[in-house]
Design a protein around this ligand. Structure first.
Ligand SMILES: *[C@@H]1O[C@H](CO)[C@@H](O)[C@H](O)[C@H]1NC(C)=O
Ligand SMILES: *[C@@H]1O[C@H](CO)[C@@H](O)[C@H](O)[C@H]1NC(C)=O
Ligand SMILES: *[C@@H]1O[C@H](CO)[C@@H](O)[C@H](O)[C@H]1NC(C)=O
Length: 354
């Protein structure tokens, strides 16, 4: 009897895995080819060869670019090299990327930067918050940026029970931020199973020194997060569900969902165009090519623009699309005065003038 029950359970379990695996294949659609959308004045940025996962641009036009992410299941062109933060001044005629010096007193050898976010306080001090994965754990590192020395001074490491598998961060006050947890499980195998079974256990949390709490949950894999220009709304990309959640921010930092915008591409990171308030999304049109990297048939890149995101019918248009011949695995796109920077998980970065 016991054996029969066990066999039935095993059968049911396998059927569930099979069904979810099929759904997973559909979600990570392998066969979708990219219709190219070219931009006239673009070039790859010299010196960035191992990813440009996240980009954050200051109102002054200084762009921070995180590079060298090592992430389970993703390719890396320099698996033994520590990650870097590059700086680019978009006011220059031909902006160049320069790796920032990082102060001592911080373990630079295990630096593995992921999402970044800048914050400027009342004294005009610029802070850079970096999601870090030293030895595949998750911390948030706070640096101050010294413009004259072109360096980052390490101030503090934040760790917390809820800050696990952190992907992205958006800082809204001194040591006050929202962060996304892209997987519930921290081991690679369990995280993969979580993705295939589509458990929706991923969440957004709010962190401050006084209070840490989950403010939105039920995501398949919450990834990029950013804030509207008026700071009233939070946008969260659910990468494996291929959608963007528009959430209202309350005074107590809680979030309530207003709507979900469904797209046909895996949405990685989001930024807001400071000139228009439009949302720019760095997307992965073919996820399987990203997971099973083949340089002969590389993953493509896609940047979408969402206009009037709060309206009944937001307009979605493709700003840039490439099959991987130029740029592979775009994760983020950021605008500054008609200049567009497109970053990637592990490949290069593209600079365009619109
Ligand atoms: C993948 O996408 C293409 C085009 O969008 C569609 O024709 C095809 O049926 C999809 N395949 C799967 C397995 O969902
Ligand atoms: C995504 O973009 C936002 C806004 O520029 C930034 O704060 C965040 O760190 C980025 N994260 C990732 C994972 O690319
Ligand atoms: C990708 O696009 C380029 C240029 O548009 C084209 O030459 C190349 O054949 C395409 N590659 C694939 C694998 O479709």
């Amino acid at each position: 009897m016991g054996k029969l029950v066990a066999l039935t359970l095993l059968g049911a379990g396998l059927a569930l895995v099979g069904e979810r695996l099929l759904a997973f294949r559909q979600r990570t659609n392998v066969s979708r080819e990219v219709e190219p959308v070219e931009l006239q004045k673009c070039h790859l940025i010299e010196g960035i060869e191992t990813g440009s996962e996240d980009i954050d641009i200051l109102p002054s036009g200084l762009a921070f670019i995180s590079s060298g992410l090592k992430y389970p299941g993703m390719p890396s062109f320099a698996p033994d090299e520590p990650g870097k933060i590059f700086l680019m001044d978009l006011n220059e005629q031909n902006p160049r990327a320069q790796a920032l010096k990082i102060s001592d007193g911080f373990d630079k050898t295990s630096f593995n930067p992921h999402g970044i976010s800048t914050f400027i306080d009342r004294d005009h001090t610029v802070y850079l918050y970096v999601v870090n994965h030293p030895h595949m754990k998750s911390t948030v590192e706070i640096f101050t940026f010294e413009e004259k020395q072109r360096s980052l001074i390490h101030l503090k490491t934040i760790k917390h029970e809820l800050l696990k598998s952190v992907n992205d961060i958006v800082v809204l006050g001194p040591e006050q931020f929202y962060a996304t947890r892209d997987h519930y499980f921290t081991s690679f195998f369990m995280a993969l199973l979580e993705m295939i079974l589509d458990l929706h256990w991923s969440y957004v949390l709010f962190y401050s020194p006084r209070e840490v709490k989950v403010v939105a949950e039920g995501f398949s894999s919450a990834n990029g997060i950013t804030v509207s220009l008026d700071k009233k709304y939070i946008y969260v990309a659910d990468v494996t569900a291929k959608n963007i959640h528009v959430m209202k921010k309350h005074d107590n930092w809680d979030l309530t969902q207003l709507k979900v915008i469904q797209l046909d591409t895996l949405v990685d990171n989001l930024t807001v165009d400071p000139a228009t308030g439009d949302v720019l999304a760095g997307c992965h049109p073919n996820a399987m090519k990203l997971l099973l990297y083949n340089p002969q048939d590389p993953p493509g890149s896609e940047v979408l623009r969402l206009q009037n995101i709060l309206s009944e019918k937001p307009q979605v248009s493709t700003v840039y699309a490439n099959n991987g011949s130029v740029l592979q695995g775009s994760s983020v796109a950021s605008m500054y005065h008609g200049k567009l920077l497109i970053g990637t998980v592990f490949h290069r970065a593209l600079y365009c003038e619109l």
